[in-house]
Design a protein around this ligand. Structure first.
Ligand code: ARG
Length: 477
């Protein structure tokens, strides 16, 4: 008989059991479900809703169930629909009818919302930690390439030279925003919905704050209807994770380009590439490509969740069971990508000479010739036109700016003097961008030391959380 079978006259159709069950995927929540139940049962005893002795029996039973599930020894069945009812069934098998007291003052509706939040807050911290590790790998490359100059591109056309370190630091900034977003969303995830009951609260004199404190939440979700119907935190996560994978996908695209024979700017380590079954010479940047590809499913999970929620009336609706697979999948996908990216970045070989050669063979110092004339008091618009003429001349002559003689330069403007060769050298061009956030070496060094500080703040945030929550994990395993 089903846990809720009292008002039914027949068994459920087998296809209905199969179709409505979530145990196939929500068993991932088992340890969180038990953590929540341990806190709930302690609270029931403290509030004298059940006896201390019953609470003790239930707690010991739950601990046994947790161990059995962890060891893969528990039988989880579709007949019991989801992880919540499977755990309750295993508990009563273990301790008898007293196990049935556990669900006093609670519904699966607030229980599932709690489990989702417990799962997600761990996941957020894991991703933040991995993002910080990736930032460190990028920082290592930045530190090692403070003198590596490559063309900076706009429209994928060579534009102005930049330090490779500067390019790496752009990604550090992108991932820093990701960390900020995840940390900010943590505040909204880290609230306890337990006590909301099915939707309206409960008649028992429970203590919601006690449970919230036990589980290290920062507080409760106040309105009981909102507590069971809110999945904003899932949407927020899927959205923040979409930005993470979008950033990884953009970096992937650069790696794919840079490792092509056309660019030859980097070589990814053999350990992070794969070969071809037919062409013996091939070395493919599969990891980068696959991360770029997987951004599709991560965005899909976001759109799926938004669509599922859009027409739902308050409070819980079965549609909401669809919140889980996308969340799990997004977490695993992004976690996998981040775990690979840090070592892939760290081990890649940066081909400094090829980057420098690309800078020498282009007009990415043209803006500096215009700025030079502006410093001689020519209006920028006129200077732009003069340099345009110089570039056109060079293209026709198959030359670059630094190939021109002083007489050639003077043919375009009398203002140009011998110092122009120094001004147009790639190192000078880079170091001339000596403003906050510019590509001048000293400014990039500033960026690096600012980022280092923020990364260490992130790491101590992660550590504080882990120390707190490990206590919980020990209690439920
Ligand atoms: N398995 C359900 C879910 O994932 C748990 C909540 C079910 N509540 C209910 N009243 N049917 O959403």
């Amino acid at each position: 008989m089903k846990l809720w079978g009292g008002r039914f006259t027949k068994p459920t159709n087998e296809l209905v059991d199969e179709y409505t069950a979530s145990i196939g995927f929500d068993q991932k929540l088992a340890q969180y479900d038990i953590q929540g139940s341990l806190a709930h049962v302690e609270m029931l005893a403290k509030c004298e809703i059940i006896s201390q002795a019953d609470a003790e029996t239930i707690k010991q039973g739950l601990e046994k169930v947790a161990k059995k599930i962890e060891a893969g020894e528990a039988e989880l069945s579709e007949i019991n629909e989801d992880i919540h009812m499977n755990v309750e069934k295993l508990l009563t098998d273990e301790v008898g009818a007293v196990g049935g007291k556990l669900h006093t003052g609670r519904s699966r509706n607030d229980q599932v919302a709690l489990d989702m939040r417990l799962y997600l807050r761990d996941s957020l911290v894991t991703l933040v930690d991995l993002l910080a590790a990736l930032q460190q790998a990028l920082l290592k490359q930045a530190n090692a390439n403070l003198d590596t100059i490559l063309p900076g591109y706009t429209h994928l056309q060579r534009a102005q030279p930049v330090l490779f370190a500067h390019h790496m630091m752009a990604y550090v900034s992108m991932f820093e925003r990701d960390i900020e977003r995840l940390r900010d969303s943590f505040k909204r995830v880290n609230r306890s919905p337990l006590g909301a009951g099915a939707l309206a609260g409960t008649t028992f004199p429970i203590d919601r704050h006690y449970v919230a404190d036990k589980l290290h939440f920062d507080g409760v979700v106040e309105n009981s209807l909102d507590a069971v119907s809110d999945r904003d935190f899932v949407v927020e996560f899927l959205s923040n994770a979409s930005l993470v994978i979008m950033h990884l996908s953009r970096l992937s695209e650069e790696f794919v380009q840079w490792s092509s024979a056309e660019f030859k700017f980097i070589e990814l380590d053999d350990a992070f590439c794969t070969g071809s079954s037919m062409m013996p010479q091939k070395k493919n940047p599969d990891v980068a490509e696959l991360v770029r590809g997987k951004s599709g499913r991560v965005y899909g999970n976001l759109i799926g969740m938004l669509t599922t929620l859009k027409g739902l009336p308050i409070a819980y609706n079965k549609d909401m069971q669809e919140d889980k697979e996308g969340m799990f999948d997004t977490f695993e996908t992004v976690k996998g990508a981040l775990a690979l990216f840090a070592p892939m970045v760290e081990t890649m070989e940066v081909k400094k000479d090829n980057m420098y050669a690309a800078v020498a063979e282009d007009f990415s110092n043209a803006t500096d010739l215009a700025d030079y004339l502006v410093n001689k008091d020519l209006p920028f618009r006129e200077a732009h036109a003069v340099v345009g003429q110089v570039v056109l001349h060079c293209i026709q002559e198959n030359k670059y700016l630094l190939d021109l003689s002083l007489a050639d330069f003077k043919g375009f403007s009398d203002y140009i003097e011998e110092d122009i060769y120094h001004v147009l050298a790639p190192e000078t061009v880079v170091n001339a961008r000596d403003i906050v956030g510019g590509t001048a070496k000293n400014r990039v060094e500033d960026q690096i030391s600012n980022a280092e500080q923020r990364i260490s703040d992130t790491q101590s945030w992660v550590k504080t959380y882990e120390e707190k929550v490990n206590v919980l994990k020990k209690a439920s395993s």
